[in-house]
Design a protein around this ligand. Structure first.
Ligand code: IDP
Ligand code: MG
Length: 156
């Protein structure tokens, strides 16, 4: 099983669509193993987006993600990183397909509602920035018996 970091960005919190966003991941079969409301400091925003430092959108991006609280969650499941990215959709609402979160909830090229880790390395790094190990909970979820099939290779 893989873990990924998903953020409901400040626009999602302000627009009161956090519940509907979380619903998309739950309905797909991803399991919430960590969840909290956080306010990004300038420093945390800088660490989250260090790969974008120097790009023209970096300043506005940091301003956006520090402008209000976000909801951060860690989701677990088979191929959780790729599955969550598909659920997010393309980076900006106008380009994102209907049926994706960004496709259904966004029109902006700056306010794009959600974030999702893009690789196992970023997932590990981003989860570590936002969650202590003690805030991530290992548990069995009854419904998983029907979300996955039991096989000799594990739950598939
Ligand atoms: P992603 O969120 O789809 O992974 P990235 O390329 O990693 O997209 O960019 C991180 C964030 O930076 C985006 O979610 C968006 O908020 C912002 N961003 C990326 N490219 C641009 C741009 O060209 N203009 C303004 N903001 C951008
Ligand atoms: Mg990214």
């Amino acid at each position: 099983m893989e873990r990924t970091l998903v953020l409901c960005k400040p626009d999602a919190v302000q627009r009161r669509i956090v519940g509907r966003i979380i619903d998309r991941f739950e309905q797909k079969g991803l399991k919430i193993v960590g969840l909290k409301l956080v306010k990004f400091s300038q420093q945390l925003a800088g660490e989250m987006y260090l790969m974008h430092k120097g790009k023209d959108f970096y300043g506005p991006l940091v301003e956006f993600v520090t402008s209000g609280p976000l909801v951060a969650m860690v989701l677990e499941g088979n191929s959780a990183i790729a599955v969550a990215r598909k659920i997010l959709g393309a980076t900006f609402g106008p380009d994102a397909d209907p049926g994706t979160i960004r496709g259904d909830f966004g029109m902006s090229k700056r306010y794009n509602v959600v974030h999702g880790s893009d690789s196992p390395e970023s997932a590990r790094r981003e989860i570590g920035l936002l969650f202590d190990n003690s805030e991530l909970i290992d548990y069995q979820i009854a419904g998983d018996e029907w979300v996955y099939a039991r096989s000799p290779e594990g739950m598939i």
